[in-house]
Design a protein around this ligand. Sequence first.
Ligand SMILES: Cc1cc2nc3c(=O)[nH]c(=O)nc-3n(C[C@H](O)[C@H](O)[C@H](O)COP(=O)(O)OP(=O)(O)OC[C@H]3O[C@@H](n4cnc5c(N)ncnc54)[C@H](O)[C@@H]3O)c2cc1C
Length: 284
Amino acid sequence: MLSRFDYIRPQVLEDALAFLGENTGTKILAGGTDLMVMLRRNAEMPEHILDIKSIPETKQLEYKPGSGLFIGASITVNQVAEAEAIQKRYAALVQGANSLASYQLRNRATLVGNICNASPGADLAAPLLVYEATVHIAGSRGTRQVAIDQFFTGVKKTVLQPDEMVLGISLPDVGPGDDSIFLKQARIKGHDLGIVGVAARRTAANTYLVAMSAVAPTPIRLTKLEEMLNSQGVTAELAVLAGEKARSLIKPISDVRSSAEYRLHISGILVKRALMQLLVIGGK
Ligand SMILES: Cc1cc2nc3c(=O)[nH]c(=O)nc-3n(C[C@H](O)[C@H](O)[C@H](O)COP(=O)(O)OP(=O)(O)OC[C@H]3O[C@@H](n4cnc5c(N)ncnc54)[C@H](O)[C@@H]3O)c2cc1C
């Protein structure tokens, strides 16, 4: 049975922030696809639930040439997957979005909720990491911006303070020749978090960025692997070595979805495959 809570749906940001400042122990509700599960299990028993979906600033989904993309906190995963401006420029993000759960769930789930829930296996984290996204945070004491690689602090933990909420996430603009890919290994297609997720990006300046989910307490960038790729130049031979290098940089755990051994094995394969596919996309 659900525990009792007050439900608040502010219409303006100022009211939401004032409420958060005055009521610690408030849980923010976006799509509710993570939160409702926790409420039903009584794993979360908040006094107040603050629904952010009427706040105009959270409904913004905008791409501006030169400045890039802003995805507000109420934007659903399907809206991300189906936006033409995102499909044209941010392939890994669209692939990550399309791989999250089922179509019906993606109609409720938000990209920002995926990040705030901070599961190590969150599908949209690795794509956001390779685009070096920025998290826009607002609280009763002001606003701040945090780089996505500084946002996660542990399993289901972030830098967010109790009086803060995420307004949205921005990604820098990318030009022609900037390519990316997201690969996910899951137990059941369309219904489950990944056993492992890999995002790889090659910028127009031929710089590689690689990030993974479900191989550490938080989603991570593999900066040591990136150094190897960017100093040696990616070839098919190096992609094979990169898979092995990736295995040496992660320490996955065993859980209900996979053994640590299988995660290590499949991580190397997905990293190699992602780099190979980027080579093919780039005609190299
Ligand atoms: C059947 C099922 C399958 C799933 N499959 C996948 C999958 O394949 N891949 C995957 O990555 N995830 C999966 N999920 C998890 C979930 O759907 C996603 O994480 C989703 O993106 C969460 O978004 P939401 O809007 O529903 O978040 P909510 O449930 O509304 O919120 C999630 C958490 O973030 C907090 N929060 C939300 N928005 C904000 C904000 N703006 N500021 C501060 N805190 C905020 C909430 O308080 C809560 O703690 C699955 C869930 C279910 C039930």
